[in-house]
Design a protein around this ligand. Structure first.
Ligand code: GLU
Length: 522
């Protein structure tokens, strides 16, 4: 996963792009670069390593233009060195790319035979050559990109800037996410809304094979067949402060302290506090999402539909990766125990590459914080092909997985930037608790009195987390001692076993530590 930011407008593109790329650092990268129009041509600056290295190189660089693109690269084709960093430039075409071009060898061979001179080892540079060849013929960037797409195979998103039309950007998505930021004076495109939330809350998410042309004050999206289309705008209720560090040393620390709020926000739409009942207000099975807020749903109708679907379901598959898959394993214990429904947990990458048997009346639920995890997305598509009802749990509303699922649940934890998941994990566990309780009531494996007791228990969780966090100075002290140890053994049983697994996966990032997990056996 890399990061892409494109900007066209009155602000200084260098600043907008670098600040945006910083917000995408969580996606991981090994080098970075930008190209911004200066004196009629794109001037490119690239650097190996962290964004700091790029920023240092940019300190004395001035750009007088209003359009630019930037990229953080996660190398797939060629070493993570400056000459492979994006943007790639070929005869006035400047191109950034996220993903891989699968027919790389064929295109490379053909270009070399035709006499093209390649300056990098990447698949991306080949795309820049193909677009440059087309733009030489058409003198039209949109057409040039359109004509190139048929020659590419793989999963890729690109943003292109052409010196010949410096007030224009063209972007195309097929696989990795791309979102367009909407504002009356600015045009933005990026891999994730987090890069743009400081400037706008209105977005258009591109679907696979859609293309967008950004020009001064004008944004036009095109379908896969090249027809102009009108897309729905999404307004997010995030604010820029939500993705700042707010005085904490790092994002993960801030997000640990945000857990009481995140857990409360996760359950808030679903609990009728007076009745101490779980309503699963936002699921909306079988209906397009009317709005992003629970407030404007007809809750009774929506819940009746949700109950009907849950009543019919005899088997649940929960598909996820990494941390989300450990949360899923907790969900298995909860749903089997409280609702008596059989649950299978699958790692998305395994599920998608075998031929899973999905019996009739099955539901496939996916968990993905970003809603963009590639394997999880492929798994939900496979599940739909096999006729399962699908339910997604994501943190990012209108993300690709969210859009493709039949039913929708949200973590509501606000942006999570830290790479080891914290508040999104606890919010996920909250939602799984609610789902298990609600399902138990619907299937009548739980009595009304038990439901009330569990709901009361859940409502106490945010303040219980606060109490734990109030003892932070002891944790700090303990962690300083613990860091001297070379290995840890996590032991747990039942619902705590997946939690121990999550402990193991988080502490792997501690270089001196060799953690192991063992189930507790009698
Ligand atoms: N395949 C491209 C490269 O290796 C793009 C990788 C990415 O998504 O960052 O440069």
């Amino acid at each position: 996963m890399c990061g892409i930011v494109g900007y066209l407008g009155p602000l200084n593109p260098k600043d907008v792009i670098v600040q945006g790329l910083k917000k995408l650092e969580y996606r991981g990268y090994d080098s970075a670069g930008i190209a911004v129009i200066h004196q009629g041509h794109a001037k490119r600056v690239r650097a190996e390593g962290k964004l700091k290295a790029l920023e240092e190189k940019l300190t004395h660089e001035e750009f007088d233009g209003h359009t630019g693109i930037g990229h953080t690269r996660w190398a797939t084709h060629g070493a993570p060195v400056e000459r492979n960093a994006h943007p790639h430039q070929v005869r006035g075409i400047n191109l950034v790319h996220n993903g891989i071009i699968e027919n790389f060898v064929e295109i490379r061979t053909k270009l070399l035979q035709e006499g093209s001179i390649l300056t990098s080892d990447t698949d991306t540079e080949l795309v820049a050559h193909l677009v440059a060849n087309e733009v030489d013929k058409t003198k039209n960037l949109l057409k040039a990109v359109q004509n190139t797409l048929g020659k590419l195979q793989g999963a890729f998103s690109i943003v292109v800037l052409w010196d010949g039309s410096p007030d224009e950007l063209v972007a195309f998505k097929d696989g990795p996410p791309l979102v367009v930021g909407i504002h009356p004076e600015h045009c933005f495109v990026a891999s994730d809304v987090q890069a743009l939330i400081a400037y706008t809350k209105k977005f258009v998410y591109l679907e696979d094979r859609e293309m967008v042309q950004l020009q001064k004050g004008k944004i036009q999206v095109y379908s896969g067949s090249g027809q102009p289309i009108t897309k729905q705008q999404v307004e997010l209720d995030w604010n820029p402060e939500m993705i700042e560090k707010g005085g904490y040393a790092h994002y993960m620390l801030k997000e640990i302290y945000e857990q009481p709020r995140a857990v409360a926000a996760a359950m808030e739409p679903h609990i009728d506090i007076e009745a101490l009942r779980v309503r699963l207000a936002q699921v909306g099975f079988g209906k397009p999402m009317k709005s992003l807020t629970a407030g404007s749903f007809d809750l009774s109708d929506d819940f009746a539909k949700t109950s009907e679907v849950l009543k019919k379901t005899q088997k649940l598959f929960i598909i996820a990766c990494g941390t989300s898959s450990y949360a899923a394993s907790v969900g298995k214990y909860l749903i089997e125990t409280l609702a008596g429904v059989s649950v299978e947990v699958d790692i998305a990458s395994e599920f998608r590459y075998r031929n899973p048997v999905i019996p009739p009346h099955s539901m496939v639920m996916t968990i993905s914080q970003s809603g963009e995890t590639a394997d999880t997305l492929a798994a939900i598509r496979l599940a739909k092909e096999k006729g399962a009802v699908t339910l997604s749990l994501t943190n990012v509303q209108r993300s690709t997985i969210d859009r493709e699922a039949d039913g929708h649940l949200y973590m509501n934890s606000g942006p999570e930037v830290g790479v080891a998941s914290t508040k999104a994990f606890t919010s996920t566990l909250t939602i799984l608790n609610l789902l298990a309780i609600c399902w138990g009531r619907i299937r009548e494996t739980l009595s009304e009195a038990q439901e009330k007791e569990y709901v009361r228990g859940l409502l106490a969780v945010p303040s219980q987390i606060e109490v734990v966090l109030a003892f932070d100075k002891y944790f700090l002290k303990a962690s300083r001692k613990l860091q001297e140890f070379k290995g840890f053994l996590y032991m747990a049983r039942g619902v705590n076993f997946p939690i121990a697994m999550e402990g193991l996966s988080s502490s792997r990032s501690w270089p001196t530590c060799m953690p192991r997990v063992m189930p507790l056996v009698r």
